[in-house]
Ligand binder design. Structure first.
Ligand code: NDP
Length: 294
């Protein structure tokens, strides 16, 4: 059997078009132009690239983006004051603080300073807490996990009662993905570096979400035939046949997994494009919410 390839680029393009149409409508009907502030502290090249990609995506759908760069040695109070200033600006509906922050900064405090109504990354502890509680609704859900769920929905997955395994327990991917799957009535197992008999646990998964950051770790014979596999991992490996001597791969060994899974996301072209698309969805939502809250 060869798995269906879940085309994240195509699905993300559809999501971006939806955002573009609704953004134009919001501007025309209410005069509100959604605005996103990107706070970047320091000189991490990958973070610079991500912020650039996010701002470009904003421009393409008619969302205004504002960049705020602080130096590597910015103090805690400098970063928090900037966030407070942005909280007060009516032209800014969403604030993203690009992670990771330099090690001397208290990430939790910075994220808690972001106004709940502008928390488009969904990393504010109150939104994260609500996501983990039954009967509570977060205002925003983190973009990558939201993108994972949208990919599963678009693939026509039967969530209710499915055994889902989430590989990884980070705050930005693993844990929120697991919470969202529980909310969708899956029976969820969360795996991490101390999990025993990992291949055996994974073999029980109807839905597998891999977010470990270990190149091609999950092998085809760990996967239940017909399972739906979402590979969040983004790892660069050497490849002498590639133009720059390297290429991106996921946490799943695609070549062997594609022979067993029912559906699978490629890397690149799977989860990656969805992350940015869902950030745009959240920014539009923040702008719409600003109207309701007067
Ligand atoms: P983290 O490093 O924060 O978390 C990795 C998780 O994997 C941890 O919970 C860790 O366990 C677990 N883990 C590590 N090694 C093993 C192992 N050998 N066996 C089992 N579990 C293991 O990573 P992130 O969640 O931030 O990111 C995961 C991957 O997703 C990365 O490749 C990252 O680049 C990618 N990513 C992609 C995005 C996209 O848009 N496509 C967005 C965000 C991330 P423990 O907790 O015990 O340490």
């Amino acid at each position: 059997m060869t798995a269906k390839i879940i085309d994240g680029k195509l699905i993300a393009a559809k999501v971006r078009q939806e955002v573009k149409d609704k953004t134009a409508e919001l501007l025309a009907s209410k005069g509100v132009h959604p605005g996103l502030a990107a706070v970047l502290v320091g000189d991490n090249p990958a973070s610079h690239t991500y912020v650039k990609m996010k701002r470009k995506a904003c421009a393409e759908v008619g969302i205004e983006s504002f960049g705020f760069d602080l130096p590597q040695d910015a103090s805690q109070s400098q970063v928090e004051s900037l966030v407070q200033e942005l909280n007060a600006r009516p032209d800014i509906h969403g604030i993203l603080v690009q992670l990771p922050l330099p090690a001397h900064l208290d990430e939790e405090k910075v994220l808690a300073a972001v106004g709940l109504n502008k928390d488009v990354d969904g990393f504010h502890p109150l939104n994260a807490g609500r996501l983990a509680q039954k009967g509570r609704e977060p205002d925003f859900v983190p973009a990558t996990p939201a993108g994972v769920i949208r990919l599963l929905e678009e693939t026509g997955v039967q969530f209710s009662g499915a055994n889902a395994v989430v590989l990884g327990r980070s705050n930005i991917v693993g844990m929120p993905v697991a919470m969202l799957l529980v909310r969708n009535d899956c029976t969820v197992t969360i795996c991490h570096s101390r999990t025993k008999n990992l291949p055996e646990v994974i073999r029980g998964a109807d839905i597998l979400v891999a977010a470990v950051g270990r190149a091609q770790m999950v092998k085809g014979d760990w996967i239940k035939p017909g399972a739906v596999v979402i590979d969040v991992g983004t790892n660069r490996i050497n490849d002498s046949s590639a133009k720059d001597g390297s290429r991106l791969v996921g946490d799943v060994d695609f070549e062997s997994a594609v022979e067993v899974a029912g559906a699978i996301t490629p890397v690149p072209g799977g989860v990656g494009p969805m992350t940015i698309a869902m950030l745009l969805v959240n920014t539009l939502r923040a702008a719409e919410m600003s109207l309701k809250k007067g």
